[in-house]
Design a protein around this ligand. Structure first.
Ligand code: AMP
Ligand code: MN
Length: 324
């Protein structure tokens, strides 16, 4: 294993040598993927590089306040040439949902456990609380300046990527980066207000409905939330309005894990959350997904009437394994 800083140095050199770059991240982007991409794009542009960001899905509406978010292009495939493609926050290349990346010079930067190391250069650091922590280090290594816009991107990524500074992988380094971005002039209260206090009324109604219909399994240690497209339509909201609701049942002392089942006409999307040391990532992986030990997810294309019980059984097994 090469030390992480050697991988970072190779990436820095590749970026300094090249001229045109494509940045991408996972489908259905979140704050960490958006912030990491926009921060790195800003730093590279400062160094005179040509940068395009292409994602398979639009950013959720509540990230509209992010500087430069409108520069992100949406496409299902890429044909244009680039000196290198930087893939952020993706355990596998498939997670991008963007075709046409195979066979290019790929720079893989990720902090999720179980990265498939699909890049030409791979920098994989599971100790990073968010991908943005790695991007911050890369920006420093590149010799680019923190601007207010870049600082905002990094702060949003860390704030949302750590579940509002609550996840177990937060370290002194996390706060050191936040100190640096605060020094650059990030409006932390303003950012928090945009992200947490700027949702739709439908979101608030949906929260009530989902929690009201919550069921408890495995001796009240597993909370199950279930949603259908019809429920969304009735409440007048969309998928973006659901962000964060999955965490709410964890507020109850006895709840150790949450399973959020989102049914659409075509598939079942599942979000999993847990309290330490219960590892729900293993459950997600067993269904073909991924994520982090306390926040993971997967999609089932062919759900059967048994799927719900299978997910509950596997989460219950992880609770038993954890001895909590
Ligand atoms: P979510 O529940 O959608 O907020 O996702 C929680 C975590 O699991 C995030 O780190 C996601 O990147 C990851 N995740 C969600 N769905 C998948 C999937 N189908 N494959 C791999 N990772 C996923
Ligand atoms: Mn992400």
């Amino acid at each position: 294993m090469t030390p992480p800083h050697a991988d970072r140095s190779r990436i820095r050199d590749t970026l300094l040598d090249g001229h045109s770059f494509l940045l991408t991240s996972h489908a259905r982007p979140d704050g960490d993927s958006l912030g990491s991409q926009l921060a790195l794009a800003g730093a590279l542009q400062q160094l005179g590089k040509q940068v395009r960001i292409i994602n398979s899905d639009l950013a959720p509406a509540f990230f509209a306040f992010l500087p430069d978010v409108s520069t992100i292009e949406i496409a299902a495939s890429v044909e244009d040439p680039f000196d290198a493609v930087v893939v952020l926050e993706c355990s596998t290349l498939n997670r991008t949902g963007v075709a046409g990346l195979e066979g290019r010079l790929l720079i893989n930067i990720d902090h999720h456990a179980g990265n498939a190391m699909y890049g030409t250069v791979n920098w994989h650091d599971v100790s990073a609380c968010a991908c943005a922590e790695m991007v911050f280090e890369l920006i420093e290594a590149l010799g680019a300046r923190l601007t207010p816009a870049i600082a905002t991107h990094l702060y949003v990524a860390i704030l949302t990527g750590t579940g509002s500074f609550r996840h177990a992988n937060i370290t002194a380094r996390t706060f050191e980066i936040c100190r640096r971005v605060a020094e650059t002039g990030v409006d932390a209260a303003g950012v928090a207000a945009q992200i947490y206090d700027n949702g739709s009324l439908g979101r608030v109604r949906m929260t009530g409905i989902l929690l009201d219909q919550m069921t408890l399994e495995h001796d009240q240690r597993i909370a199950v939330l279930e949603l259908s497209d019809a429920m969304l339509t009735d409440a007048g909201c969309d998928q973006d309005d659901l962000e964060g609701i999955v965490n709410l049942p964890l507020a109850a002392r006895q709840v150790r894990a949450v399973i959020f089942l989102k049914k659409t006409d075509t598939c079942l999307r599942v979000s999993l959350r847990s309290k330490d040391p219960i590892d729900v990532r293993q459950v997600a992986v067993s269904f073909g997904g991924g994520g982090h030990p306390n926040a993971a997810g997967f999609t089932v294309e062919n759900q059967t009437p048994e799927t719900r019980d299978q997910v509950i059984a596997r989460v219950a097994a992880m609770i038993t394994d954890s001895g909590t």
